[in-house]
Design a protein around this ligand. Structure first.
Ligand SMILES: *Cc1c(COP(=O)(O)O)cnc(C)c1O
Length: 364
């Protein structure tokens, strides 16, 4: 069976460096806020070309910490795409704010900036620009509208680390950004981990305080915080793996381009922009109106595929009440048509060929 993702292949490839990082951490035994945590934050800040990176427990925490640091809560509205991973809605609801869903664009899968102006109200405090599957949002338009209305733009780079927009790395364009190092992400830890990036020193300081119990020094608590820190072990692993992120992303791009080349004559929707630096190729998403049959056929042919995502947020039990009487036709359609093919770095040439052949066979 060809796996949808195989993390072990990545580990084996960089085993020596990773094992060394883990061993050093164990020997140092500073498991919380050890030297590697700051080390990784600085390396990521340099990679992104940004002033501040603050690490935290997960990408979901990063989103919530950002909202909390900006004082966004009850009575405030946050605009987020109807079609994304659940974390975006969760974070908004967890701080007591109201999610306002915006439909996505059929060709990019990202939020439709044409509809933004209509959704902005005096209560709107932030927009979550989720770079879905790894493709950059239309950042110029989003920033222009947000700045005109005094609204914070939160980039969600969970799927797009390494990609850029007009020469700037994603995560260094909005007012602030959330990153995830969930194991299957382009830069994956060996457990949960996340970070925020920003050029705003005040926000960075505030988030750092919140992640560590609002503590400025031992037993001095200046605000109500929480515990959301990146383990030293994860930071040490990530610092090592960051050196290979571009290399791994290039392999993803090569795999995606190979698929686009081989599948273009078929009656399926292919992802756009995968050959540009705007795409991290986190997920290779195709579209078919026979998606479920295609998925079964792939499984029977020995190929594991995935669906990102089978239910759009406004149609989920906890969030439907925020979308009453509204329609999200593109999000709904994508949730029925999207299928993700394996694209992870480590796929062999023969596996790539098998995925192509299995897909072609279905449309014969
Ligand atoms: C993975 C992901 C997150 C959440 O990251 P975790 O580290 O798993 O909490 C948030 N947003 C998007 C778009 C994601 O894909």
């Amino acid at each position: 069976m060809i796996p949808f993702v195989d993390l072990n292949r990545q580990y084996v490839k960089y085993k020596e460096q990773i094992d060394h990082a883990i061993k050093s951490t164990l020997e140092e035994s500073r498991f919380i806020l050890g030297a590697a945590v700051n080390g990784f934050e600085n390396s990521l800040a340099e990679y992104l070309g940004i002033d501040h990176v603050v690490s935290c427990g997960s990408g979901t925490d990063a989103l919530e910490l950002i909202l909390q640091a900006y004082g966004i809560g009850a009575g405030d509205e946050v605009i987020l795409p109807a079609f994304t991973w659940v974390s975006n809605a969760e974070a908004v609801c967890n701080v007591g704010a109201t999610p306002v869903f915006i439909d996505v664009k059929e060709n990019t899968y990202n939020l439709n900036a044409d509809q933004l102006e209509n959704l902005i109200s005096p209560k709107t405090k932030a927009i979550m620009a989720v770079h879905l599957y790894g493709l950059s949002c239309d950042m110029d338009r989003i920033m222009e509208l947000a700045n005109a209305h005094n609204i914070i733009v939160i980039e969600d780079v969970a799927q797009a680390l390494g990609a850029s927009y007009k020469g700037n790395k994603l995560g260094a364009i909005g007012h602030v950004a959330a990153h995830s190092f969930y194991p299957t992400k382009n830069l994956g830890a060996f457990g949960d981990a996340g970070a925020i990036s920003t050029n705003d020193g005040e926000i960075a300081d505030k988030i750092r305080l919140i992640t560590n119990h609002g503590q400025t020094s031992r037993d001095v608590h200046v605000l109500n915080g929480r515990n959301s820190r990146m383990d030293t072990l994860q930071a040490a692993i990530l610092e090592e793996k960051l050196k290979y992120l571009d290399e791994m992303n290039d392999i993803r791009r090569g795999n995606a381009l190979h698929y686009n080349e081989c599948l273009r004559s078929l009656n399926i929707g292919l992802p756009q922009g995968i050959d540009s630096p705007n795409h991290s190729n986190h997920i290779y998403a195709i579209r078919s109106d026979q998606r479920d049959e295609l998925k079964s056929h792939m499984a029977e042919s020995g190929v594991n595929t995935a669906i990102h995502y089978p239910t759009a947020l406004p149609y989920m039990l906890p969030y439907a009440k925020y979308a009453e009487g509204q329609n999200f036709p593109i999000a709904r359609r994508l949730s029925k048509e999207e299928l993700s093919l394996p694209v992870f770095p480590g796929l062999t040439q023969s596996e790539l060929a098998d995925v192509v052949n299995a897909t072609k066979e279905f449309f014969k």
